[in-house]
Ligand binder design. Structure first.
Ligand SMILES: *[C@@H]1O[C@H](CO)[C@@H](O)[C@H](O)[C@H]1NC(C)=O
Ligand SMILES: *[C@@H]1O[C@H](CO)[C@@H](O)[C@H](O)[C@H]1NC(C)=O
Length: 398
């Protein structure tokens, strides 16, 4: 009986296993199979984006409030945010491997004569500031850096490395158009923002070959709080109004398609390109303008995540996953790798600036900040992940 069953059992077990291995290898975010170096394929068996936060009371941040690249509202140590010791005692532990903490000297050494760029909205700036403050530990002569098109950045003279940020919240070019005379008196319309879906914003259209690594993002501005019906987005392609007019979310899809086509066509093939997926928000009890708050004192439980973020439950923080879905669809088949920092960040309702914004009336005027992140904090883990992902490529290509 057993001997009769064995071959069948064998094929029933082996086939699905092979299929699973195949599917898993397809889902890996990094290293296309063109790389033949065995050392590199080992790390490809690891998905850094799935795991859990574990507490390590001895863990300390790499930098402090004195870093000259801080933005005041995110400098939570200086703003005396409660709980900063605890916020920085959590370590991200991927399920099947370890995330190593960046070694700023080793990292900058391997990046010598190379440049890293961030393009997108303030959540990428949040990422940048963490990166600059971390790298500065290896080169205290680091200088603020800015050039045409760049919003901010730093130059690390000891290593001849520049890390810059180009602010382009929608990625595509957009401009304000006041209400026209022939506009009928619709719904209190004040004017429109014209988005040219096929033209990248000037801030990054000409970065050309300057950067060896680029990290893009967009998404946080694609909402009706930024562009309400009195001042909506209208979409143009090849200089013509797209007809019928696109809803905001369809407009985002067309912008993504066009910007990604531009990146693929115009930026050098050897530039390492990443797309940072959405950073989740953690407003509880209301949205940002409805007294929403995030004074939580530890990471969320895995079981709570769907309740906070699954669009089916229609909570105030649902947009990140919805946008990610769209972004991942458009990224398919491109050379841009997705940097899926969403899931690991979803846990960290405890790590936003919240009410500690460093200005007396900021909370009254703006509400709590449950969107950006305290520094030092969660973006330092984003930095560890990015460094671990790009280092083997940089070493490989020299
Ligand atoms: C610094 O790096 C740039 C590339 O970003 C390179 O063109 C330049 O020659 C380097 N300078 C020195 C002094 O090595
Ligand atoms: C927010 O809180 C303030 C003060 O407690 C209150 O006056 C206001 O009505 C609240 N706003 C909303 C939208 O709930």
């Amino acid at each position: 009986m057993a001997s009769k069953l064995t071959p069948k059992l064998f094929s029933w077990l082996i086939l699905p296993t092979l299929l699973l291995i195949f599917l898993y290898s397809q889902s890996l975010p990094l290293y296309a199979p063109t790389s033949s170096k065995p050392k590199i394929s080992i790390s490809s068996s690891c998905n850094l984006f799935k795991g859990k936060w574990v507490n390590d009371p001895n863990r300390k941040p790499i930098y402090d409030e004195s870093c000259p690249f801080h933005r005041n509202a995110w400098n939570c140590l200086r703003n005396q945010r409660e709980n900063m010791g605890r916020i920085n005692s959590w370590k991200w532990k991927p399920d099947r491997c370890d995330l190593t903490r960046i070694d700023p000297v080793g990292f900058l050494g391997s990046m010598r004569n190379k440049n890293i760029g961030f393009v997108g909205d303030s959540l990428n700036e949040n990422f940048l500031v963490s990166f600059l403050c971390t790298l500065r530990v290896a080169d205290s002569t680091a200088k603020k850096w800015k050039r045409k098109g760049a919003w901010r950045g730093a130059y690390f003279p000891k290593f001849n490395v520049t890390v810059g940020y180009h602010r382009a919240v929608l990625l595509a070019k957009y401009e304000w158009q006041p209400k026209q005379l022939d506009d009928s008196n619709q719904d209190g319309l004040k004017g429109r923002y014209r988005v040219d879906v096929d033209i990248p914003a000037d801030d990054w259209a000409h970065i050309g070959a300057f950067y060896n690594v680029l990290v893009f993002n967009t998404g946080h501005w694609w909402g009706f709080d930024k562009f309400p019906k009195e001042t909506p987005l209208v979409f143009y392609k090849a200089g013509q109004l797209i007809q019928p007019p696109l809803e905001m979310f369809d407009g985002l899809k067309v912008v993504l398609e066009n910007m990604i086509a531009f990146i693929e066509k115009e930026l050098p093939e050897e530039t390492l390109k990443y797309w940072r997926l959405q950073s989740p928000r953690h407003f509880q009890g209301g949205d940002w303008n409805q007294n929403g708050s995030c004074t939580v004192d530890g990471p969320l439980d895995e079981l709570q995540l769907d309740l906070w973020f699954d669009p089916r439950y229609n909570g105030v923080n649902k947009e990140a996953r919805r946008l990610n879905h769209l972004i991942e669809e458009v990224l398919k088949g491109t050379t841009i790798r997705s940097l899926d920092l969403t899931h690991l960040s979803e846990f960290r309702a405890d790590a936003h600036p919240a009410i500690w914004l460093g200005k007396k009336d900021a909370v009254l005027v703006w509400g709590q900040d449950c969107m950006h992140w305290c520094l030092p904090g969660v973006p330092d883990t984003w930095v560890d992940i990015l460094a671990q992902l790009i280092t083997p490529h940089i070493l490989e290509t020299g």
